[in-house]
Design a protein around this ligand. Structure first.
Ligand code: APR
Length: 241
């Protein structure tokens, strides 16, 4: 693969697991007895805003106790050194990719350290607690909510992501169970447009069979190895690395 080739990387909770951010579907994936699908819906926000805001306040506060791991750092290195197109699409709402230094990055499921005005649609940095009824500094409505894409809502930047998938030569999925669409469908889309596909995950995911190659192991080892080999070798097939 030449250094000018286009790469799309999709990341999920598994890439942050070794930093101490719990995954959704693994052990400890429940929150006070609630499945994440019960807390993260527009219906839950409407029925019990205090519960939903508290869930995200705790997760936002927990970011202060974690740091990027070698997998985030390796992707930041790829971002710095890869001369071709690159788009890192993360489903994660933590900020570990950007704290490691990644810039060509999209948060398709929103961001913990951001607030969204349900009245005017404005998004704004919000690092602290967000009580229900907080006012939007723009329109004044008492309608600020966590800037999180809930189940049943449309992810961010889908047009840009679809275009990148259509144009990429290599699609790499890291640390995601393949349980949630539309991200779980990206591998099939990229493959349909002719990209090679590689999965790096701790265990086989729901979509493993759709990838040309799956490598199993912790992201903190697999991602630096993959990035190092990719940057070292610019001519051979990406699947041989
Ligand atoms: N290294 C690599 N992979 C890992 C590691 C690790 N150290 N630890 C766990 N994994 C893998 C698990 O094997 C699993 O396949 O990461 C995956 C995590 O899966 P999920 O918990 O389902 O997380 P994710 O795929 O990101 O969830 C998708 O679901 O709840 C929603 O919006 C939320 O963005 C999230 C979406």
């Amino acid at each position: 693969m030449e250094k000018r080739s286009a790469i799309v990387v999709l990341t999920g909770a598994g890439i942050s697991a070794e930093s101490g951010v719990p995954t959704f579907r693994g052990p400890g994936g429940l929150w006070e007895g609630h499945r994440v699908e019960e807390v993260c819906t527009p219906q839950a926000l409407g029925a019990d805003p205090a519960l939903v805001h508290r869930f995200y306040d705790l997760r936002r506060a927990a970011l202060l106790d974690v740091v990027p791991n070698p997998a985030h750092e390796a992707l930041a290195r790829l971002d710095r050194e890869w001369r071709g197109e690159l788009l890192i699409v993360t489903q994660n709402v933590d900020d570990l990719h950007e704290r490691a230094g990644a810039r060509r990055l999209l948060h398709m499921h929103g961001e913990l350290r951001s607030a969204l005005c349900a009245a005017c649609g404005a998004r704004m940095p919000h690092p602290g607690p967000l009580p229900p009824g907080s006012r939007c500094p723009g329109c004044g409505a008492a309608a600020l909510r966590p800037d999180i894409v809930f189940f049943g809502e449309f992810p961010y930047a889908m047009e840009r992501i679809e275009a990148a998938l259509a144009a990429c030569d290599l699609f790499v999925s890291i640390g995601t169970s393949g349980a949630v669409y539309p991200a779980a469908g990206f591998v099939a889309k990229a493959a349909a447009y002719g990209a090679r596909t590689l999965e790096l995950n701790l265990e086989p995911s729901a979509g493993s069979r759709r990838f040309d190659e799956t490598r199993l192991g912790p992201a903190s080892r697999l991602v630096p190895e993959w990035v190092e080999a990719l940057l070292q070798s610019t001519q051979s097939s990406p699947m041989s690395r």
